[in-house]
Design a protein around this ligand. Structure first.
Ligand code: PMP
Length: 283
């Protein structure tokens, strides 16, 4: 693979980051993931806007404009002949002696990006539907900032897999916050689409926002509020959203089947609409 590192495109073996990089030593780093379909970027402006927000929250700097970021993403897609998958971007506070205090503002940040193949449209998990297991949400309390502190979500996913599920839904004070790497939705027996309101308790998913807007266009009733695992277990349908899983049905929660235990019609329809919307607006 050809990867991007600080303005250069290099074979991955030559693209190295210092041992003293704050991303490596302190997870002082943020990231974004844009899905790619047929060689084009999906919702990338939303991801760049969220990157700017994460930067502002953490006082991080980057000289590149959104246009330059878009150009860089396109170059990576082209150099790697990527058809379907993702572009991953990571920005760190750069290379300095280890210290809890941030380094001077003029310290050059580290920016890396790479492509990864992934089947998005024909996803086996989306076809079958995902089984989720609830896990306590033990992450920090600024989940709205997309940092690379991903050890706890990894632990939660491993615990969910050990419990026979595919992924974890995280629970805090009795309510689902989000998935380990996705936002969580349910469709109640009364056909109301429910997903948690935005706050510092969860990531402000770009796919979540797009799916809410498509659901509004569909005339679905929507409530932005937290729901409990019990409410999810007795829901008509459930699903999760993320850039690279789009809309993926959830067919069981802690072993309780949702509906018939197969992907539901509303989730299937929203997945189809999101796919159509993505293709129409791909860049
Ligand atoms: N929540 C978390 C914790 C995530 O890691 C992700 C995926 N990055 C999402 C939600 C979904 O966000 P998006 O739709 O922007 O990919």
């Amino acid at each position: 693979r050809t990867v991007y590192i600080n303005g250069q495109y290099l074979p991955e073996a030559q693209a190295t980051v210092s041992v003293f990089d704050r991303g490596f030593l302190m997870a002082d780093a943020i990231y974004e993931v844009c899905a790619v379909l047929e060689g084009k970027l999906i919702d990338c402006q939303g991801h760049f806007t969220r990157l700017r927000r994460s930067m502002a929250e953490l006082s991080m700097n980057l000289e590149l404009s959104d246009d330059a970021l878009l150009e860089m993403h396109r170059t990576l897609i082209e150099k790697n002949a990527l058809d379907e998958g993702l572009v991953y971007l990571q920005l760190t506070r750069g290379v300095v002696d280890r210290d809890f205090a941030y380094p001077p503002e003029d310290t050059p940040p580290t920016l890396v990006a790479f492509t990864q193949d992934k089947a998005i449209v024909e996803s086996a998990l989306a076809k079958r539907g995902a089984r989720v297991a609830t896990q306590p949400d033990l992450r920090w309390h600024r989940r709205d900032i997309k940092t690379t502190q991903l050890l706890y979500p990894s632990m939660a996913k491993m615990a969910a897999k050990a419990a026979g599920a595919d992924d974890a839904w995280l629970v805090e004070e009795g309510y689902v916050t989000e998935g380990s790497s996705s936002n969580a939705f349910i469709l109640t027996q009364d056909n109301v689409l429910v997903t948690r309101e935005l706050s510092t308790d969860l990531l402000h998913g770009i796919t979540r926002a797009a799916v809410i807007s498509l659901a509004e266009d569909e005339g679905l009733a929507i409530e932005l509020r937290a729901f409990t695992p019990d409410e999810a277990k007795s829901a008509r349908e459930a699903f999760m959203t993320s850039a690279t899983s789009m809309v993926t049905s959830v067919i069981s929660v802690d072993g309780h089947l949702i509906g018939s235990g197969a992907p539901g019609p509303v989730a299937d329809k929203l997945r189809a609409h999101y796919l159509e919307h993505s293709r129409a607006h791909a860049m």
